[in-house]
Write a protein that binds this ligand. Structure first.
Ligand code: FAD
Length: 393
């Protein structure tokens, strides 16, 4: 065919989709729109905060996707017209599509948490998109005195990377243990539970003693307002906590272009048909990754990668008049508690009553030898290398 598929977003979901569209049907014209010439992954930036990796190690370019025959345009998509089937770019170009795939990731709901807007994030970084924010948080941790307090504000569900805040706390604790052992970590959480909680808490106790304190919602963990200038936060019941370094992970929603394209619902996220990842609201627009409502799949890079492969196959079949492919979806999230202490959660997903459901899987065992935990740390590293090569080459 000479059909044209436009992919918006060169992160986990979008770059995977572009590659697998072209691989699945080399006659397709595939255009990938992504403003960044180097994409920095969020995965493994927590290890950068720990001092275990350089920031640049998380960077991936687009030359290999170009070599695969994909046209990569470094620009921002500013508008989608789903009637005319066009995408407009910031520099003025207008492109027509037969099928459109969006994987724009997340945007932040600025000011939903009082006092936390974009300006505040320059003082109290979120570091929940990889880039300047991540480097800012690292430089603040480097400048913090021994004996200081690192406060993390953790969001309600759903959000990008459910175990991410707790891996970050672990990696900051590793850094403190090496360089600033008198320091404290306080996690103020809007929830009463979190991913791999038992494993994290056992690991924290074992490796870091009482350095990390987690305050759940029901113990007044929910932060109501942020004062980024004073680096302080106030909880719902009025307690004020003062930080030396303040990391606020704010409430989130689908990347803005999804709303512009008309595929989001009142929740701010995108309802999709989980058999194909086509939008439930707008025909010929497919959406994958963090932007979607794909629960019980978590918002992870791994999820985005498998969803993108399914969406690519669905698009290819739809363009050639074939029925939708059989959906096979899976996820594994590795987290590091210490350099040689890894844990994981993984699931296969299947359809039950036509809804996506966890079919099999689980978390790492509660009791395990140091050798087992070390092996899981190595699996995590191997996963990162493998998925990076799969996506960006
Ligand atoms: P992204 O990967 O963010 O890609 C979105 C892309 O779209 C961006 O490059 C953006 O520039 C582009 N874009 C947005 N709007 C437009 C537009 N209008 N026009 C053009 N381009 C646009 N996941 C794991 O699986 N394992 C992990 O270990 C892991 N660790 C994490 C650790 C941290 C600290 C964080 C924050 C996240 C982690 N994640 C992990 C989650 C993972 O980063 C996300 O789930 C994943 O990036 C989602 O992929 P995506 O394609 O939806 O979005």
């Amino acid at each position: 065919s000479s059909a044209h598929v436009i992919v918006v977003g060169g992160g986990f979901g979008g770059a995977t989709a572009a590659r697998y569209l072209k691989r699945g049907d080399p006659s397709l014209k595939v255009t990938l729109i992504e403003p960044a010439t180097t994409f920095y992954t969020c995965p493994f930036t927590n290890l950068y905060l720990a001092g275990l990796r350089r920031f640049e190690q998380q960077g991936h370019g687009f030359d290999d996707l170009r070599a695969a025959g994909i046209e990569v345009i470094h620009d921002l998509a500013t508008a989608v017209d789903s009637q005319a089937k066009t995408v407009t770019l910031a520099k003025g170009q207008k492109l027509s599509y037969d099928k459109l795939l969006l994987s724009p990731g997340i945007d932040f709901r600025w000011n939903t948490l009082e006092g936390y807007d974009q300006a505040a994030s320059l003082l109290a970084p979120h570091a929940w998109k990889a880039g300047d924010q991540t480097r800012l948080l690292k430089s603040q941790l480097d400048a913090m005195p021994n004996g200081g307090t690192f406060i993390m504000v953790a969001p309600e569900n759903p959000f990008r990377c459910p175990p991410g805040p707790y891996e970050r706390a672990s990696m900051v604790a590793h850094y403190f243990k090496q360089h600033k052992p008198k320091s404290k970590i306080l996690i103020l959480d809007a929830k009463d539970g979190f991913s791999k909680q038992g494993l994290f808490q056992d690991g924290w106790k074992q490796v870091y003693g009482d350095m990390i304190e987690w305050v759940p919602f029901s113990k007044d963990g929910k932060v109501a307002r942020v004062d980024a200038v004073k680096l302080s936060v106030e909880t719902e019941f009025g307690e004020i906590h003062k930080a030396d370094v303040l990391n606020v992970i704010p409430p989130q929603k689908a990347g803005a272009i999804a709303e512009q394209a008309g595929v989001t619902n009142a929740s701010g996220w995108v309802p999709i048909d989980p058999h194909t990842f086509e939008s439930e609201q707008v025909k010929d627009i497919y959406v994958v990754g963090d932007a979607t409502i794909a629960s019980p799949m978590p918002k992870s890079g791994f999820s985005a990668n498998t969803q993108a492969k399914l969406a690519a196959a669905s698009i290819i079949n739809a363009l050639s008049g074939k029925p939708a492919p059989q959906a096979t979806l899976s996820n594994t999230c590795y987290s590091l508690i210490a350099p040689d202490y890894g844990i994981s959660v993984g699931h296969l997903y299947a359809f039950a009553d036509d809804k996506l459901a966890e079919a099999s899987g689980g978390v790492s065992p509660k009791e395990a030898s140091p050798a087992f935990r070390k092996q899981e740390a190595q699996y995590g590293e191997a996963w990162y290398a493998a998925i990076s090569r799969d996506i960006w080459g």
